[in-house]
Design a protein around this ligand. Structure first.
Ligand code: ANZ
Ligand code: ZN
Length: 874
């Protein structure tokens, strides 16, 4: 048999699929729809192995569902706005637009070489004015609906990229792209009112039962709902700046009030500002800690610091109990009221704080089984369950009961006309700031007029397109520096006005692209609601867990905003979500520490294990840890190289075969070679069958079950088929692959004339081979087409139906029963499923173990529990 020529075959079938446009999905297709979507790529220039894995998984599902008779929507596009295009413009003097579209062209070619069953007719890039026009329209709709607003805020300013970042884009106090330490600046910006949906976004997570639990948990934590009590502490007038009389705090632990040791307020709290005005030392301290910023992550890791303002707060249950008020660096102005009472025994931050300033602690919750008299807290706060101690009227209560008691008492107590305590629900989720001071993004379609203030750009002037004659010779926003672009007349009064030069966060672009794919041809509106309502939600979304919070949460919000503004009639965009693992690889390092790429080394395996040798010089290189493929460690493998030397099917197969899809997969040369051998093996089976199927080896009889042997093969075929079908359905690709390996192992002997003893049923073998080709088709579609063609089957296997499972053949033909003698297990017996009780009895009594257990005693009774147990009573 001739060797399989992957290269030729892949190019051939890709062209065939393209010409026939077989992966185009029609919106008026009457069959049930199935929408498969992988997170669309950023056009960085090249596809990487992570893409290959992600898209292969989606492709297997798309091809499978197509074969199962669905109208499959499987589109692809480009998340094309963003900073790298501007950086390229600065570094290489290429226009962001040209750079982006060049990259798209290159990556599209690469994607095509993977053989993905994509509907390219729906392709768009988010930087196409025909896309962002609609995004601008939706922004204006949201503005009218009160879902977009202009807001003055303290913002995270990235001094290197010269832009504002969302909190989510600040990682450990640094910009997520530049790595620069982020500063805080007060600025006006546009926000989307995601907090209007805090409760709904939280509750609806319960219904997303085809999402990973960990992703739902991350979203829950991000939304961060807390039930607690707002308490108004009176301030001691003798110690307090004029005009201030109380301090409002938010606590989730009102039960711990009798363990309070201090109060703490944010550096931005009005009371801190008032106190600092009179105290230069305090003013200095405030200025100092403001520099660190207010990102949660910094606050969590920075050393706790405070400054005693001298102000005293009065304990709500004891007028003679005075608590010192500190300005502290771990209290955020943006959460709750920007002020807390500190209970060190039961909160680690508070404990770290009092230990630093020698304020002491009093435990007020005692764990069950502990003696309250000996229960002390030193370095570790206790945040577990227990009973109240040292807490006057709360003593002996559970935490829950104590919370309730405190809430009741403080709600009932009035100061002025207002209750001292008030139950409150707080969310951590903040509104989504979308303004970015960047050129390469979707322009925010408003005009600032000195008399009319903010004026929306009229619909008939959309899109507000980006100018192309921009210069990047100074840092900051090129739109702002453009000589003419921003200068316009006010659409309302005609006076001289300026355009908004901020562009939208690129997360806006990716918050609705999935809806656009349902009708990307609509020139007049973002969606055609009829069609969007029919084709949405995405049935299976696949992407990296790094998007578990931001992108997925924004998309869930945006879909609700689209619903509120009439562009779609549903709230949840993704019915099923799957987060795939990463592609990882060994690292290689020369003696001088320089990293070398896998392509530069050869792996040698001998008695001493594995060695890596540098191809160029023959010198040994050290094999380092297995890590995520990255440019910095040079442990990347180029998909183009793999496809050129092994073919796309091998890359696809290996990606699917080696680990569960949600775990990391270790890319290895050895593994890839194994996949290559498997491709050859499948090809040989089909070749052998094609060459021998006319021979007398095969019986004349054409019935499928006319011999024991035929029946046995058919059982194997259908059992495998059933398992593989189930596995693909639940995205368990690696186990499906294992089943296919097994099945191929069986077929290898069946089609080999030298290994077969008797005559074969042509029909049964033919069925098995056709099933094989169909079930490998989602994973190795080119090989499958080539086999299909060799078998002389009509049409394309990519368009063929999934094989029918014959359920009758799945039923086991024998059963195994446990054998007991006088109630004690002595062994088991396997009998034909249809065996009569008398036959079972005979078989059981013939067992040596049974004879031995009876020890010669006569059998009194044999009880057969059908399909399960035989009990011999002696
Ligand atoms: C007293 C107390 C005692 C607290 C105790 C906790 C444990 P979550 O669950 O996240 O809502 N807090 C409130 N506002 C804060 C702010 N702006 N900056 C920093 N911390 C703040 O957390 C609520 C708890 O976080 C509140 O309950 C408050 O400390 C603190 F044993 O009050 B607690
Ligand atoms: Zn005006």
């Amino acid at each position: 048999a001739e060797r399989y020529n992957a290269r030729e075959s892949e190019i051939h079938w890709q062209r065939e699929w393209d010409e026939e446009a077989i992966f185009a999905s029609k919106n008026d297709d009457p069959r049930p729809k199935y929408y498969v979507l992988e997170m669309f790529p950023y056009p960085s220039g090249r596809i990487h192995m992570g893409h290959v894995r992600n898209y292969t998984m989606g492709d297997v599902l798309a091809r499978f569902k197509r074969a199962k008779g669905y109208n499959v929507l499987h589109p692809m596009g480009w998340d094309a706005f963003g900073l790298p295009a501007e950086n390229a413009a600065i570094e290489r003097k290429v226009a962001p637009k040209a750079w982006t579209y060049d990259n798209i062209a290159a990556m599209k070619k690469q994607l095509k070489s993977i053989g993905l069953s994509l509907d390219w007719a729906r392709e768009f890039a988010t930087c196409d004015p025909s896309y962002y026009k609609h995004q601008q329209k939706m922004f204006l709709d949201m503005l009218a609906a009160g879902l977009a607003e202009r807001e003055k805020r303290k913002l995270n300013w990235d001094p290197v990229d010269m832009t504002v970042l969302a909190n989510e884009q600040v990682i450990d106090g640094r910009g997520w792209r530049s790595g620069a330490v982020v500063e805080q600046r007060e600025m006006s910006q546009w926000v989307f009112k995601i907090t209007k949906y805090s409760q709904e976004l939280l509750e609806a997570l319960d219904g997303l039962d085809r999402w990973p639990d960990k992703v739902r948990l991350m979203q829950r934590n991000w939304i961060g709902r807390s039930e607690g009590l707002l308490i108004r502490f009176a301030l001691d007038p003798a110690t307090t700046p004029a005009g201030e009389s109380e301090l409002r705090i938010f606590t989730t632990r009102p039960d711990t009030l009798f363990g309070a040791k201090f109060m703490a307020i944010s550096a931005d709290h009005p009371l801190a500002v008032a106190a600092a005005a009179k105290n230069p030392k305090l003013a200095e301290f405030v200025a100092d800690i403001k520099k660190i910023g207010t990102a949660q992550s910094i606050i969590d890791t920075a050393e706790k610091q405070g400054f005693d303002t001298g102000i005293k707060a009065v304990h709500p249950f004891d007028p003679s109990w005075k608590l010192p008020v500190y300005v502290a660096n771990f209290v955020l102005m943006e959460y709750g009221t920007g002020a807390i009472f500190g209970c060190p025994a039961h909160d680690q931050r508070d404990l770290d704080f009092v230990n630093k300033y020698n304020l002491g602690n009093v435990p007020v919750v005692c764990p069950e089984g502990q003696d309250p008299k000996t229960f002390v807290i030193t370095d570790t706060a206790y945040d577990g369950d227990g009973r109240m101690i040292n807490s006057r009227f709360l003593d002996g209560m559970t935490i829950e009961a104590a919370k309730e008691e405190v809430a009741k008492r403080l709600e009932a107590e009035l100061r002025g006309n207002a209750p001292v305590g008030e139950r409150q629900v707080n969310f951590r989720l903040r509104d989504w700031g979308i303004s970015r001071q960047r050129y390469w993004g979707c322009p925010i379609p408003v005009i600032h007029c000195p008399t009319c203030d903010v004026v929306p750009v009229p619909d008939d002037q959309l899109p507000v397109t980006l100018p192309e004659d921009v210069s990047f010779d100074r840092p900051g926003n090129a739109l702002d520096h453009h000589p003419t672009w921003k200068h316009v007349n006010c659409p309302k009064c005609g006076a001289k006005a300026v355009r908004e030069t901020d562009t939208m966060d690129t997360f806006v672009d990716s918050s609705w692209y999935f809806a656009r794919f349902t009708d990307p041809w609509n020139k007049d509106a973002p969606t055609t609601p009829d069609i969007a309502n029919r084709m949405m939600p995405v049935d299976q979304y696949i992407g990296g867990v790094e998007h578990a919070i931001l992108h997925l949460l924004y998309s869930r919000f945006f879909t609700r905003a689209m619903k509120a503004t009439g562009h779609i009639d549903m709230s949840e965009p993704f019915a099923g979500m799957f987060t795939q693992g990463m592609v990882v690889h060994e690292t290689y390092q020369k003696a001088d520490g320089a990293w070398v790429t896998p392509a530069e080394v050869r792996i040698e395996v001998d008695g001493n294990g594995r060695r890596a040798v540098l191809l160029a010089t023959g010198e040994d290189v050290a094999i380092g840890s297995i890590e995520k493929m990255s440019k910095s460690k040079k442990n990347t493998v180029d998909p183009d190289d793999i496809i050129a030397s092994y073919g796309a099917d091998v890359a696809r197969w290996f990606m699917l075969s080696d680990s569960p899809p949600d775990r990391d997969v270790i890319w290895s040369e050895e593994g890839v070679r194994g996949a290559k051998r498997f491709v050859e093996r499948v090809w040989r089976i089909v070749q052998t069958f094609v060459q021998t199927r006319g021979q007398p080896l095969y019986t004349e009889k054409s019935g499928l079950t006319d011999s024991e042997q035929a029946l046995a093969l058919r059982r194997i075929t259908h059992k495998r088929l059933a398992r593989i079908t189930e596995d693909i359905e639940r995205l368990s690709f690696n186990t499906a692959v294992a089943q296919i390996y097994d099945f191929v192992g069986v077929l290898r002997t069946v089609v080999d004339p030298e290994k077969v003893a008797g005559p074969l049923s042509f029909a049964a073998v033919n069925e098995a081979v056709i099933v094989l080709v169909k079930i490998i088709s989602p994973m190795m579609p080119h090989l499958a087409e080539e086999c299909w063609n060799a078998l002389g089957q009509p049409g394309l296997v990519s368009e063929a139906d999934w094989p029918q499972i014959e359920r009758d053949l799945l039923v086991e033909d024998s059963v195994t029963l446990v054998v007991q003698v006088n109630g004690k297990k002595r062994g088991d017996v396997t009998v034909p499923r249809a065996a009569q009780n008398a036959d079972i009895e005979a078989a059981v009594l013939a067992l040596d173990a049974v004879k031995a257990a009876l020890g010669g005693k006569p059998v009194r009774k044999v009880i057969v529990v059908p399909m399960r147990i035989v009990n011999v009573v002696g």
